[in-house]
Design a protein around this ligand. Structure first.
Ligand SMILES: Nc1nc2c(c(=O)[nH]1)N[C@H]1C(S)=C(S)[C@@H](COP(=O)(O)OP(=O)(O)OC[C@H]3O[C@@H](n4cnc5c(=O)[nH]c(N)nc54)[C@H](O)[C@@H]3O)O[C@H]1N2
Ligand SMILES: Nc1nc2c(c(=O)[nH]1)N[C@H]1C(S)=C(S)[C@@H](COP(=O)(O)OP(=O)(O)OC[C@H]3O[C@@H](n4cnc5c(=O)[nH]c(N)nc54)[C@H](O)[C@@H]3O)O[C@H]1N2
Ligand code: SF4
Ligand SMILES: [Mo]
Length: 752
């Protein structure tokens, strides 16, 4: 009997602990790891197919260089590193390092590459970055910053404890988003004292379980949320004490709310007013409420405003800083692009706002396809597939092709890699030390450093090593920098810590290169060949300095550097993950970063849009495209583009277009029939699944499909529909630039 080895699922942000058995290079058995402090043995149906990731037929096994005719040739690593470093340095020297964009830095299961990539960026003088968060969460982060002081003041719900749990544009049954989601949903649903509210135009699996399903008209959440808030004010259901003691600016919000025509807004979002009033009263009556907002509102019209209104809902009802409500969580490390000192937080060409260090994804083509002198000239893509995942695939491809240099670091030959000049093959997440920084929980927060379960696939390297080699080739670290630290590391980590932190303060050029300095000096001395985890050592120390009390409550002891060492030791030695912070609810108030310690309820930048809702109708505007297409819905067997092999989907291999029975009948399309879906950008054919979970006028396609995958011994074939062939980069939030993937105007017809 083979041993079970501990690792984690890499398919969504929850990263459930797993135990796996292997045979040779295959993952043969998978089960939830009961020892994992967050998931506690929970796992959904998807990780059982992880071998389709590990052993995908299009895994890369050699660096590749593009030939002038567009085909690729294999090259050895030394050549690849030398040429990539030299070509990037060439762009830097000719146009400036700020014309080199970094995109990605980690997917659902791997964030260490982002840390090591930071050193390469610094070596190249690259200051601008973007990743998938800038097409979903940046609007929300910005609102957090306005309300709570800094965009890093990110809240999390306490769904296990909440009396009322609200899911707004979120289908946790399929997409998870908090630990053990299905268990918690079932518990809330079966408890008559608790209440589950789902706001979603589709009767999702989560909505099926809800006490209240508000089946809004797609794209009209701003009306629904405004009406809810206005009802709370009108019926005197606001938590006045909380407002008076903890907040400022409520009067400005109330002024707008008093003008809201409640009945009219209910009509626009198509929710009976009586129902909305009942829901408002239920929310107000609750001893605690948690709300999860996700893509259904973030990737739809009024994206940033929606996030604001959602947060007002829990704030005016006093559901903040207490059990069962919203709290400010600790974090092991940041997920954003990082600050670049001296750089305006605006994109260089269009002047779009940079939020948490990230340029809005939807404006990237505009920042490339122009003759503006500050346009991007080169891009380094790491662990991301923007040619598939960003809006407007056609423009993204055009933009990639217009660059002087595209380098992609990935495990597989992706849609983006096909447009690269160089593709560098990474070892998989089961072939190297890995971790994610989706550490978003409260009151107990978990981080999991995972050991490799296989040797690297021959020909591949872990990103830490790729970046270390690039740094060596770029010649930015000298033996003068590294030798003393190597010596210190030999004396043990205490001596190393002293040497490392003083080197960082004395030699300013080392700071942005710190991750690779650690990899090169501390790395070789770490046990279990854990060099790839070297950067985690510094993060453990930073985390301990930031949350000493929370670490102590989690069982870590020691003063000063001892505390960080204790956390790092635990990470290295507990293969099922570590609870790194345990918080009291009052901690939330200490994490608030506004100057006066109050929540700032009034966001001036959004007030015009908030007021302006009155003059808007909310329905589809172009009679040529009467449908609203939700381009990219999470389903049971979707996982972004992490699985490329379509055979991982046992059912519905191509990913059906879901259509309401009314529309199907009107259009003369039978279940299993074929429809043509046309948007302003493209026309595609899709197999139809008739589903009474949809409203008439609404249609949905799954996310993550439409990937080109090699057939056995043959050429690559595309399976299903790539949703972003249908989307347009200009369809985005006016402020944060977040895309309207859930609101794509479309025409649907029976296919000839
Ligand atoms: N199975 C699976 N799970 C995943 C992923 C995956 O690929 N597959 N991906 C992970 C990632 S990266 C993310 S970000 C999360 C996303 O998780 P979710 O946000 O839950 O995912 P979606 O299904 O894209 O969108 C959520 C819901 O928004 C609804 N919606 C559409 N239009 C509107 C609207 O106008 N208003 C409202 N209120 N709702 C609307 C849709 O019907 C859908 O039920 O999932 C994660 N989990
Ligand atoms: N139309 C539409 N578009 C969407 C969405 C939608 O709902 N609708 N959802 C959006 C959302 S929320 C998200 S988060 C994005 C996700 O889109 P992306 O951020 O582009 O990420 P993934 O699809 O998760 O792909 C991750 C990439 O990492 C690679 N990879 C896996 N393991 C490793 C590794 O160890 N090292 C390296 N270097 N690479 C690795 C995979 O092969 C893959 O190419 O898509 C977005 N796009
Ligand atoms: S909930 Fe997410 S992390 Fe957990 S097993 Fe399912 S896909 Fe994997
Ligand atoms: Mo996402």
């Amino acid at each position: 009997m083979a041993d079970w080895q501990q690792t984690a699922c890499i398919l969504c942000s929850i990263n459930c602990g797993l135990e796996v058995q292997t045979e040779g290079r295959r993952i043969t058995k998978v089960r939830g790891d009961k020892q994992h402090p967050g998931s506690q043995g929970y796992a959904c149906e998807k990780p059982h197919r992880l071998d389709h990731y590990q052993n995908g037929r299009d895994r890369l096994t050699s660096p590749m260089r593009r030939r002038p005719d567009g085909s690729f040739e294999e090259i050895d690593w030394d050549t690849a590193i030398a040429e990539v470093a030299q070509r990037f340095a060439g762009v830097r020297d000719q146009h400036g390092g700020e014309t080199i964009l970094y995109y990605g830095g980690g997917g659902q299961g791997n964030h260490l590459c982002g840390g090591y990539g930071r050193a390469t960026r610094a070596a190249l003088g690259s200051v601008y970055a973007s990743n998938a968060l800038a097409q979903e969460k940046t609007g929300e982060f910005w609102v957090d910053g306005k309300l709570f002081g800094k965009p890093r003041c990110h809240t999390t719900g306490d769904y296990e404890e909440a009396e009322v749990a609200v899911f707004l544009g979120k289908n946790p049954w399929q997409s998870h988003g908090f630990p053990r989601a299905r268990v918690t949903l079932k518990e809330i649903a079966k408890d008559p004292e608790r209440c589950l509210i789902v706001i979603d135009p589709r009767r999702t699996e989560s909505a099926e379980m809800a006490d209240y399903h508000l089946q809004v008209r797609p794209g009209t959440d701003a009306f629904c949320l405004s009406a809810l808030l206005a009802i709370l004010l009108e019926e005197k259901l606001i938590d006045d004490e909380f407002i008076a003691e903890r907040t400022r600016g409520f009067e400005e919000v109330a002024e707008v709310l008093r003008q809201v025509p409640i009945a009219e807004y209910c009509r626009r979002c198509d929710i009976p007013e009586a129902t909305l009033r009942e829901v408002a009263r239920r929310m107000a009556r609750a001893s605690s409420m948690s709300i999860f907002e996700d893509l259904g509102i973030q990737q739809a019209p009024h994206s940033t405003l929606n996030s604001y209104l959602e947060k007002l809902l829990y704030l005016v009802t006093g559901n903040f800083g207490k059990r069962g409500a919203m709290n400010l969580h600790s974090r092991f490390a940041a997920l954003g692009g990082g600050k670049s000192p001296g750089v305006e937080p605006k994109s260089p060409v269009g002047g779009h706002p940079i939020i948490t260090g990230l340029i809005p994804c939807n404006v990237l083509p505009d920042e490339i396809l122009t003759d503006h002198p500050k346009r991007f000239r080169a891009v380094l893509v790491e662990s991301a597939n923007p040619a598939h995942s960003l809006a407007d695939s056609q423009r993204m491809r055009e933009a990639l092709d217009a660059l002087d240099l595209v380098v992609v670091i990935d495990v597989a030959m992706t849609e983006t890699a096909r447009h690269a000049d160089y593709v560098l093959p990474a070892s998989s997440q089961f072939e190297k030390w890995e971790a994610t920084f989706f550490t978003l929980e409260f009151p107990e927060n978990v981080v999991h450093l995972r050991e490799p379960i296989f040797d690297p696939l021959p020909g591949t390297l872990a990103e830490a090593e790729i970046h270390a080699r690039l740094i060596r080739a770029l010649g930015v670290l000298s033996e003068d920098d590294l030798a003393p630290l190597r010596e210190a590391a030999k004396q043990g980590r205490e001596a190393y810590a002293a040497a490392f932190f003083s080197a960082l303060s004395e030699k300013r050029h080392l700071k942005p290169l710190a991750s690779i300095v650690l990899y090169e000096t501390l790395g070789p001395t770490l046990p279990k060949n854990a060099a790839g985890a070297a950067a985690v050592w510094a993060l453990a120390h930073t985390c301990a300095m930031e949350y000493p009390e929370s670490l102590r409550r989690a069982g870590f002891a020691g003063e000063g550097l001892e505390l960080g060492e204790a956390l790092f030791e635990a990470l290295l030695n507990r293969p099922s993950g570590v609870t790194f912070t345990v918080d009291e609810y009052g901690e939330t108030w200490r994490r608030l970063l506004t100057p006066d310690g109050r929540i700032n309820l009034s966001i001036a930048e959004l007030m015009d849009e908030f007021r302006g809702l009155k003059t808007e109708d909310g329905g589809p505007k172009d009679p040529e495209f009467p449908f609203v297409l939700c381009a990219g819905e999470r389903r049971s067997f979707t996982a972004n583009t992490i699985f490329r092999d379509p055979s991982w989907r046992k059912k519905d291999a191509e990913g059906a277009l879901r259509l309401s029975p009314e529309d199907a009948q009107r259009l003369g399309i039978a279940d299993g029939g074929v429809a043509t879906v046309t948007t302003r950008r493209a026309s595609v054919r899709a197999r139809v699944e008739i589903s009474d979970t949809l409203r008439p006028g609404h249609a949905t396609l799954p996310n993550g499909l439409g990937l080109a995958y090699p057939s056995e011994g043959g050429d690559a074939e595309v399976h299903g529909i790539a949703p972003n062939e249908l989307t347009a980069s200009e369809d985005r939030d006016w402020f944060a630039g977040t895309p309207w993937h859930k609101y794509v105007p479309a025409r649907i017809e029976a296919a000839a």
